[in-house]
Design a protein around this ligand. Structure first.
Ligand code: GLN
Length: 491
């Protein structure tokens, strides 16, 4: 079974040595999916025939080339969040609105994965239009946390998190606008990275809030997470917010540097706003244990203060909802999306089509429209943008001094199913540790750092812009010493 492999590199080595075929892996993958999917519901769509077909082709190329392959993800099964366009297959955003949408093109990240030999095995469940923290608002039913089936896997990329945790796939893609990779990584006990804004192309990602979001990697260990990340980064002429070619060269040069340096020393800051009041004591304990371990490994830390964090939830939800209200305007049944019966005047038809959105999406479109409307724009949206600048300055000040910052990924243990979905405020407040990272555009990774009541807890490692390499190296060091690699629930 896939989950017994240490890393995808080990799996590729097996293909090369002839111990295993890609087809074997794909058959095992679908055996596993068939076994657990009725309990977990991680996928909206699975692509068994297509995956087997591609596996056979890859096996043939391997044979022809004398068992040599350069593909960094050669023959590796991967699950894709269902807001990322995969040509000729439905991309629904877990919404009735896009139930029948079939994109005629591939997202840039999909093209990159396929070029490196990855095999897409399905599209994963998510909160509708990526708006949520629990993966319960999907039109296609809730996803269950493989560690405790009566709990949420985290959202919005909950299907990707649950597919990894239940051993269905070794790799997945998610998207992160306010924590949607890191939250399910934390709640499902896997590794996930939200990169520096601009490092990964958003071309082909169905937009929720463009200035905040990035597509990113999720895996069951740091090495796999880095391998898939290395494949998807880079400049893209189709997304003008991506890093320039020259900057990319600088980034790559940097990423070969060793960190920590030869003396093995490093420094980190702990924002007191993210490890004090409002954080579950069990989460606090695990994070402090991780901090002590990092200290033993050569780190020295200081507690710091980033006062604007206290306003980050309000700031995030104003910006995210404002952008969402504009991004989702195209789904009117005329340009895109669900078309109701053409009854009544234009306004009525339009309004009926828009009823295909679920409750949370409607709430956000309405609040976002309100925040942008004349008279309120200055009071809400402009204020949120000012706070964004302040938060960037405060983070930058500390990241000049420290190699990285440490805090919990989620302030609480995974919600019980149904506990938060009808209580938006409780749900929004759970994003306190993740949203500052999207507001500032910084990179951050979530890695498992312990359990409470059998439920996983995640540690968040925040780095400076374009210093993902430092995050990966410290996460790798931590993972080796905390022995958190490839830990799976019994399911
Ligand atoms: N929970 C946050 C929200 O609902 C983050 C979602 C995301 O990152 N896509 O907006």
């Amino acid at each position: 079974m896939i989950r017994h492999y240490h890393t995808i590199r080990d799996l590729i080595a097996e293909y090369k040595s002839g111990n295993k075929t890609v087809e074997d892996t794909i058959i095992e993958t679908f055996d596993r999916i068939d076994k657990v999917e009725n309990k977990v519901n991680a996928f909206i769509l699975t692509l068994k025939n297509e995956a087997i077909q591609r596996a056979k082709e890859l096996d043939k190329t391997l044979k022809k080339s004398g068992r040599k392959t350069k593909g960094k993800l050669f023959g590796i099964p991967i699950a894709i969040k269902d807001n990322i366009c995969f040509k000729n297959y439905p991309t629904t955003c877990a919404s009735k609105m896009l139930e029948n949408y079939i994109p005629p093109y591939n997202a840039t990240v999909i093209k990159k994965l396929l070029d490196e030999g990855a095999i897409i095995v399905g599209k994963t469940n998510m909160d509708e239009f990526a708006m949520g923290t629990t993966c319960e608002s999907s039109y296609f039913g809730v996803t269950h946390n493989p560690w405790a089936l009566d709990r949420v896997p985290g959202g919005s990329s909950g299907g990707s998190g649950a597919a990894l945790a239940s051993g269905e796939v070794p790799l997945a893609l998610g998207s992160d606008t306010g924590g949607s990779i890191r939250c399910p990584a934390s709640f499902s006990g896997v590794v996930g990275l939200k990169a520096t804004y601009g490092l990964v192309s958003r071309y082909g990602l169905i937009a929720y809030a463009c200035s905040l979001e990035q597509i990113g990697p999720m895996a069951t260990n740091v090495s796999d997470c880095k391998d898939i990340f290395d494949v998807i980064v880079g400049n893209d002429p189709m997304d003008s917010t991506t890093i320039s070619k020259e900057e990319m060269e600088q980034y790559l040069k940097k990423s070969f540097k060793d960190f920590p340096n030869s003396k093995g020393k490093f420094t980190f800051g702990i924002p007191k706003e993210l490890l004090g009041e409002g954080i579950d004591p069990e989460v606090k304990k695990s994070v402090w244990d991780a901090i002590k371990l990092l200290e033993d490994l050569g780190g020295s830390y200081e507690e710091i203060s980033i006062p604007s964090i206290d306003y980050s939830i309000a700031c995030y939800y104003i910006i995210a909802m404002a952008e969402a209200s504009s991004n989702l305007a195209r789904f009117d049944g005329i340009r895109y999306g669900f078309r109701s019966e053409d009854k009544g005047n234009w306004n009525e038809v339009f309004a009926n089509n828009r009823l295909a959105f679920g409750k949370e999406v409607r709430r956000r479109i309405m609040l976002g429209t309100y925040a942008l409307s004349a008279g309120y724009y200055d009071m809400y949206y402009l204020k949120a943008l000012k706070l964004r600048t302040l938060l960037i300055q405060e983070f930058e000040k500390h990241l000049k001094k420290f190699s990285f910052l440490i805090c919990p990924t989620m302030p609480i243990l995974p919600f019980k199913l149904g506990e938060a979905v009808n209580d938006p405020l409780t749900m929004y407040l759970a994003d306190i540790c993740t949203v500052p990272i999207n507001i500032t555009g910084l990179p951050a990774l979530s890695i498992p750092c312990g359990f409470s009541q059998g439920l996983p807890i995640g540690l968040q490692i925040i780095g400076n812009y374009y210093e993902e390499y430092k995050i990966f190296q410290i996460a790798d060091l931590y993972e080796k010493n905390a022995h958190t690699k490839n830990t799976f629930p019994k399911i």
